[in-house]
Design a protein around this ligand. Structure first.
Ligand code: NDP
Length: 292
């Protein structure tokens, strides 16, 4: 909270993107604000495609305390940050900024959000498990370090462009704090993935086109958790494919809520409860689908 002429005013935060009208972040943070009794004001902020840094700096100079960053600015936010958390460094992308005097701290909470949704909400442990990560774009890269910190037995990264999966493997091997466990990470083409996995995470954008990465159905068992980072009122093509081979399925709505909670904690020092927010968002999503 800040004070202006002796009157308490809410600290201001924004989510910056282009487009931004669809963002659910203001609703999520409004819930967190109520749940934690932390008075914040959180709005959407549209930045011109060629004006991200200027938009951030003028928001900060007007007294803004922090920002979430979404498509297409996560790489520019990484470049703008003057300090980075280790997970932002490993991700090579930033989705959360915190302004502390002259310092612009950049964090990446997407991967932590994914892990929290799997471990806490779905109650599936990653430790000692065989994990398959499909995709090697920004979301997969952000997930790499938080997934490895859970110490799975094996992490296979499969991607359409195999060279990008190989880059992620190299990144894991070069990252000092992971020395010793990075050897469990390997890359693969979709068609070469074999064996059964405990957890299969779809971090490709194939679901946007109702597509499924061409992996064998033999990766799934009745005990596999198939997770799609994309979310919607209906299961994605990947989740339908996994369910038709007996896997348990989960979409990325919980990841969205959890990444927001981690950002809120970075700004406010309090980790909000998320279950009620997730339940409310889920019913809003279903209601919107029924009325359309
Ligand atoms: P990027 O554009 O950075 O990466 C896209 C990835 O998908 C690449 O690995 C690409 O492979 C692969 N890909 C694209 N099309 C296909 C296809 N038809 N078949 C197989 N692979 C394909 O996207 P992001 O990493 O930012 O996002 C990925 C997904 O994660 C999106 O669906 C996004 O909505 C979701 N997401 C969800 C979040 C949440 O909070 N729930 C947060 C962030 C992302 P290649 O390298 O060969 O091009």
């Amino acid at each position: 909270m800040s004070t202006l002429n002796g009157t308490a005013t809410a600290d201001r935060y924004v989510v910056i993107g282009n487009p931004i009208a669809h963002s659910k972040s203001p609703a999520i943070h409004a819930h967190f604000s109520l749940l934690t009794a932390q008075l914040i004001d959180y709005q959407r902020l549209l930045a011109p495609l060629d004006g991200f840094a200027q938009t951030v700096l003028s928001f900060r100079d007007s007294g803004g305390k922090g920002a979430n960053v979404t498509v297409p600015f996560k790489l520019e936010a990484f470049a703008l940050a003057t300090q980075l958390t280790p997970r932002a460094q490993a991700a090579g992308a930033v989705n959360t900024l915190k302004f502390e005097g002259a310092v612009i701290l950049g964090d990446n909470t997407d991967g932590q959000g994914l892990v929290a949704d799997i471990v806490r909400n779905a109650r599936v442990t990653l430790q000692g498990k065989r994990v398959l990560l499909l995709g090697a774009g920004g979301a997969a890269r952000g997930a790499l370090l938080p997934l490895l910190e859970q110490q799975p037995a094996q992490l296979v990264i499969a991607n359409r462009t195999v060279a990008r999966a190989e880059e992620l493997v190299l990144l894991a091997h070069q990252y000092e704090p992971l020395a010793g466990i990075a050897s469990i990470v390997t890359s693969s083409a979709f068609s070469d993935v074999n064996g059964e996995f405990d957890i299969v995470i779809n971090a490709t954008s194939a679901s946007l086109h109702d597509d499924v990465p061409p992996v064998s159905s033999g990766i799934f068992t009745a005990n596999t958790l198939a997770y799609d980072m994309m979310y919607g009122a209906a299961p994605t093509a990947f989740l339908r494919f996994a369910a038709s081979h007996e896997a348990q399925i989960r979409d990325g709505l919980g990841m969205l809520v959890e990444q927001a909670a981690v950002a809120f904690a970075l700004w406010r020092g309090v980790l909000p409860e998320t279950a009620s927010v997730l339940a409310e968002l889920r019913s809003a999503l279903m209601a919107a689908a029924r009325s359309s």
